[in-house]
Design a protein around this ligand. Sequence first.
Ligand code: NAI
Ligand code: ISE
Length: 336
Amino acid sequence: MTIRIGVIGTGMIGEEHSRRITQNLTGGEIVAVTDVNQDQARAVVERLGLAAKVYEDGQSLIQADDVDAVLVTSWGPTHEEYVLAAIAAGKYVFCEKPLATTAEGCRNIIDAEIEAGRRLVQVGFMRRYDSGYNLMKEAIDADRLGEPLMIHAAHRNPEVPERYVTPMAIHDTLIHELDTFRWLLDDDYKSAQVIFPRKTRHAHSKVEDPQIVLLETVKGVRIDVEVFVNCRYGYDIQCDVVGEEGIARLPEPQSLTFRQAGQLSCEILQDWKKRFNDAFDVELQGFIDGVAAGEVTGPSSWDGYAAAIAGDVCVRAQESGAIEAIEMPERPAFYA
Ligand SMILES: NC(=O)C1=CN([C@@H]2O[C@H](COP(=O)(O)OP(=O)(O)OC[C@H]3O[C@@H](n4cnc5c(N)ncnc54)[C@H](O)[C@@H]3O)[C@@H](O)[C@H]2O)C=CC1
Ligand SMILES: O=C1[C@@H](O)[C@H](O)[C@@H](O)[C@H](O)[C@H]1O
């Protein structure tokens, strides 16, 4: 059985996901695409040699009879509308992060999914499929570190465009850590504070950069995350979990070490594409297989909502400079 997939938003990641579904994965076929920039959608069909129809807009793509499942890879603020429409049409939907740019938007999705009576949504938190993070999770779950006490982490990008503004450091960038640490620690957040160190001269006027986010979990784990999106030197994801009995460090991506011209060196990746390439493959294969089996099991709308609640509080903490409380509602049995 081949799952016929429609893609909304054929920018960077929409094209990447379409390519991997077409060239690397099994069981899925891109039959429909759309983008507000229609030329862009047509160009992707051409570049990837897809047998896909180009739709005028996302809503008509979702309604199409030959689309079994939808991939939402448009800009963050458009996600909620398309996910709600897919749920209303009874179609499975993979939504890139963020599920919605506010917790309220995620809550609307949860309410609609519960009303529909079955899980239809998977959120694109691909780090849960990364082999390094999985080694960490296994070590924590097997009690190899004792109780986790602290996490020190960094999320660095070489640069960001002009449209990237201060709150995006939270709902576009930190959102990955907000999900990953809940999952790694099997815990939820209790408070957040955001500190702005001296600003880099490489940042645009509308973004404070770098930022340090301090989180406390319900179990009392303290987490510090440096978000530095104009670090210039590369795309660098760091994570140390400090436990009672030892420390686990996220492995560096595999690369050759060179001894050359008086230097000992290795490459630092420049963006998320190569860094999480394998994780994206596993994540999307899981989605396709889940749709075929009639049961999606990846990160849920509840996970998208939990990250968004913490994210909204972090944005408030950016503005107030204070330690802000994070209150998670009780998880409905539907998402147990
Ligand atoms: N999981 C991950 O590591 C990554 C996730 N993302 C997420 O994927 C989404 C897209 O990001 P990029 O591909 O980097 O952006 P992009 O700007 O390259 O592509 C987005 C595309 O969506 C289109 N679009 C915007 N509004 C639309 C609408 N209403 N209907 C149809 N198309 C629309 C744009 O014209 C553009 O072609 C974002 O939510 C981003 O946060 C992006 C990069 C990595
Ligand atoms: O999701 C992503 C981008 O949208 C975001 O801008 C980057 O900071 C992340 O590392 C990447 O994974």
